[in-house]
Ligand binder design. Structure first.
Ligand SMILES: *Cc1c(COP(=O)(O)O)cnc(C)c1O
Length: 442
């Protein structure tokens, strides 16, 4: 009865589960795949078919499914402490994680504040920025600046600093206005311009806005190096350096949203390391728990922490989530950081990245491909003259080739877990080419 089981799960899911980021009617033609288990880079369905998780299950999984080391840490934690509230109480996993993260920034970002999902981390950074200015007597600083094509999550506050029409337009009337500046996306290069020229031009746009109204602006929020959800738009690290200088000069906070690009995704542990700068607030989530459990956090500087430190309750940061600093999630994060250390992951990834980039050359040179790009463990390219249903057809064709991939519009991208072996890397490249050719042939 194995055969019935798969379709039964599909039918039951469609009857009772409202799936995220999905026009449910599309499941009349696009397959819904019930996953029965995961192992390493692979997900398995109920009929034993397998799918290479080339996008790390929405960018969260770093070291594979059912990772033995993370599993062992979690089993131990489960028998020790599953959860305790973090107001008035504290515990070993959250303390050790905060210390480790602080050390990774050379103790520049000395305190971590916890939540569960990425959007909440963004909300926290926005609130903290505004509130710290207010505590410092600058309550006029109430505005936020984001980049064209930015994505910072989909709750009402985070959506206000998101600039992806598909997610934002329907809710426009509910959102607080924000200022939008030019994206440093290297694809904006005019004839003869380099990526760093675009970065300089984009920084001038920030300077113009700051010169005009920095006294009203609390913070600018940026996804450093790669604006992921808008379609893997990559920029020169110079941009971050220039914006850091402008923020210092005009007294505006710099919030770096490293929810997708942090945890080694761009080649360094934090993306901002490649620009040689630190922000005032750094948001982490997604990969930090190895893709196991919901965990997010905001790291900040001691000066900002001090702006809230007082005898007066209302000067404190009165924000909380029920699962703030959940011990299981923190323990998964500690196990994840331990793997980075034990296996020298950042260096190992350089070797894997070079192999995948080489294997993808037929796509990079493909006549129907433009803007092939790579940073760290992210690869992307744009399909020329893609049809409006390109993404859905690609997904459906990819599953027939044992691949989990979900293009963003006409942008095909890969964000694999950091554990692919040579065979998996070569298979990923070959199958992506086969899927692309099939989809483009119609
Ligand atoms: C995914 C993402 C978020 C939102 O995280 P959720 O956990 O989905 O709420 C915010 N910012 C960036 C850059 C992201 O990629």
């Amino acid at each position: 009865m194995e055969l019935n089981k798969q379709s039964d799960w599909v039918a039951r899911s469609l009857r009772s589960v409202w799936h995220p980021c999905t026009q449910m009617q599309h499941h009349e033609t696009v397959p819904l795949i019930p996953v029965s288990r995961g192992k390493g880079a692979w997900l398995y369905d109920h009929e034993g078919r397998r799918y290479l998780d080339a996008i790390s299950s929405w960018w969260v999984n770093l070291f594979g499914h059912a990772n033995p080391r993370i599993n062992a840490a979690l089993k131990d934690q489960l028998d020790t402490l599953e959860h305790a509230m973090l107001a008035g109480f504290t515990h070993e996993p959250v303390i050790e994680l905060s210390e480790k993260l602080s050390a990774l920034t050379g103790h520049v970002l000395g305190h971590s504040f916890y939540a569960s999902d990425g959007a909440s981390a963004v909300e926290i950074a926005l609130k903290m920025s505004f509130h710290s200015w207010r505590n410092n007597g600058k309550s006029d600083k109430q505005e936020f600046v984001c980049l064209k094509g930015s994505y910072h999550g989909e709750t009402i506050g985070a959506l206000a600093v998101t600039d992806v029409a598909l997610f934002k337009d329907a809710y426009g009337p509910l959102l607080r206005a924000s200022q939008t500046v030019m994206s440093p996306d290297a694809r904006n290069a005019a004839e003869g311009e380099t990526a760093s020229d675009v970065a300089r031009r984009a920084a001038v746009d920030v300077e113009r806005l700051f010169a005009e109204r920095a006294d009203k602006i609390a913070a600018i929020i940026i996804e450093p190096l790669v604006q992921c959800a808008t379609g893997m738009a990559m920029h020169d690290p110079l941009y971050l350096k220039l914006v850091r200088e402008l923020c210092d000069r005009h007294q505006v906070h710099l919030i770096l949203d490293e929810i997708a690009v942090g945890c080694g995704r761009t080649g360094t542990f934090f993306a901002c390391e490649q620009a040689g700068i630190w922000p005032d607030f750094l948001c982490l989530s997604k990969g930090i728990s190895g893709g196991y459990l919901p965990l997010s956090l905001v790291m900040t500087r001691d000066e900002i922490y001090q702006a809230f430190y007082s005898n007066d309750v209302t000067r404190g940061f009165l924000h909380s989530h029920s699962y703030t600093g959940n011990p299981l999630a923190c323990r998964a994060a500690l196990a994840t950081l331990q793997i980075f250390e034990d296996d020298d992951i950042l260096n190992a990834n350089r070797v894997k990245a070079a192999r995948l980039t080489a294997a993808l050359q037929p796509l990079a040179q493909h006549q129907q491909v433009r803007n092939f790009r790579n940073r760290g463990m992210i690869w992307a390219f744009d399909a020329i003259d893609a049809t409006p249903d390109f993404s859905r057809r690609f997904f459906a064709t990819a599953v027939e080739h044992e691949l989990l991939m979900r293009p963003i519009g006409a942008t095909v991208y890969m964000m694999p877990p950091y554990i692919l072996d040579d065979e998996e890397i070569d298979g990923l490249a070959a199958n992506t080419l086969a899927v692309f050719d099939k989809v483009m042939a119609g």
